[in-house]
Write a protein that binds this ligand. Structure first.
Ligand code: HEC
Ligand code: HEC
Length: 287
């Protein structure tokens, strides 16, 4: 869809203010009022791996304001670190009929979980489908601990997901999409480019075509997932990636896919692959 067509659609629906401002990525910041020095900030990317849809990969971090970036960078001011702390004690909390904690089997998370957060969603041989990190944690709870699964978006599950992924902070995202994953990859890809909702827009319309440009006060990123679960200043808590996808779908007035539905997981697999090579930032901070 052309920029003109998007503007037309948006204004027809009364979203005049949502029209895209065609400014270069480096021209300004997003959420907070850009400080005078911010105009000079140039988003730093990394060369995309072969086969990527992008030439350069940019973490969403690069498109946030200096204040937001600083908050993520400093563990003492990053609000997501409180959840990492909370999960640190949950890690050795015995729960369920098997009388076990995560620590009973996985001992020191800095060693046993190092790198784990780079490769989710991951193929599960037993279930013969990809599972997300949230689902893997719940599989351990139900199968290995004989404990109740945690609800999606509950504090416990999001904290633990954040904690596990945090053990891979700085390591490159490396989601595998070959072998049996390729069917899910293809499905996710077609969903990514499929226009949905009253605004008739695809993920790619915003995050591939227009990243680096403004939509309302927001500066569009590549829609990468290397920061999830990510702390959203708007909602004042950590947000799991599928919740974020739902938010974007609602924004274009589409009915969001259900959490852990095949469509959602396929989309998560494909979107994660688009960020292969970016460093895991969990817990990220975004507006
Ligand atoms: C009784 C032992 C046991 C307990 C308790 C247990 N797990 Fe596991 N966990 C496993 C085994 C075995 C695997 C690998 C095979 C599988 O998927 O079951 C695994 C795999 C994992 C993985 C995937 C690792 C990878 O390389 O992809 C994660 C993440 C994980 N566990 C997290 C947890 C968390 C968090 C808890 C506590 C809520 C927990 N586990 C409790 C035995 C356990
Ligand atoms: C109308 C434009 C629009 C569409 C279409 C859209 N998004 Fe977004 N999305 C946004 C905006 C605005 C943000 C917040 C700023 C940013 O990071 O781009 C965002 C943020 C995100 C983020 C968070 C990035 C980060 O760094 O934390 C992800 C992931 C994402 N979108 C995925 C998707 C997916 C998947 C789809 C398709 C189902 C989609 N988006 C469709 C506008 C859109």
């Amino acid at each position: 869809m052309s920029a003109g067509r998007i503007k037309q659609v948006l204004s027809a629906l009364g979203f005049a203010a949502m029209a895209f401002a065609m400014v270069p990525a480096a021209a300004s910041a997003d959420d907070a009022k850009p400080a005078a020095t911010e105009a000079a900030y140039v988003p730093k990317g990394i060369p995309a791996p072969a086969g990527s849809v992008f030439k350069t990969l940019f973490s969403g971090y690069q498109f946030r304001s200096a204040d937001t970036r600083a908050m993520q960078d400093d563990d003492f001011s990053n609000p997501g670190m409180l959840s990492v702390e909370a999960a640190t004690s949950e890690w050795s909390h015995v729960d369920g009929e098997a009388g076990k904690s995560c620590a009973s089997c996985h001992a020191d998370p800095a060693k046993t979980m190092h790198g784990v957060g780079t490769h989710y969603p991951r193929w599960n041989k037993v279930l013969e489908r990809p599972v997300t990190l949230e689902q893997q944690i719940n599989l351990c709870r139900t199968n290995n601990m004989k404990a109740k699964p945690w609800a999606f978006n509950s504090e416990n599950l999001t904290n633990m997901t954040t904690f596990v992924r945090y053990q891979s902070r700085g390591l490159p995202v490396a989601v595998k999409v070959d072998g049996p994953m390729s069917v899910w990859f293809d499905k996710g890809k077609s969903l990514y480019y499929q226009r949905i909702g009253q605004l008739d827009m695809a993920c790619s319309n915003c995050h591939e075509k227009y990243y680096g440009k403004h939509i309302r006060a927001d500066l569009l990123s590549q829609g990468q997932t290397n920061d999830f679960p990510t702390y959203r200043l708007k909602s004042q808590h950590l947000v799991p990636v599928e919740k974020r996808f739902q938010g974007c779908m609602a924004k274009v007035r589409a009915k969001p896919y259900k959490i852990f539905s095949d469509n959602m997981i396929a989309l998560e697999v494909y979107t994660a692959w688009r960020g292969n090579g970016l460093p895991v930032e969990t817990p990220g901070v975004r507006n």
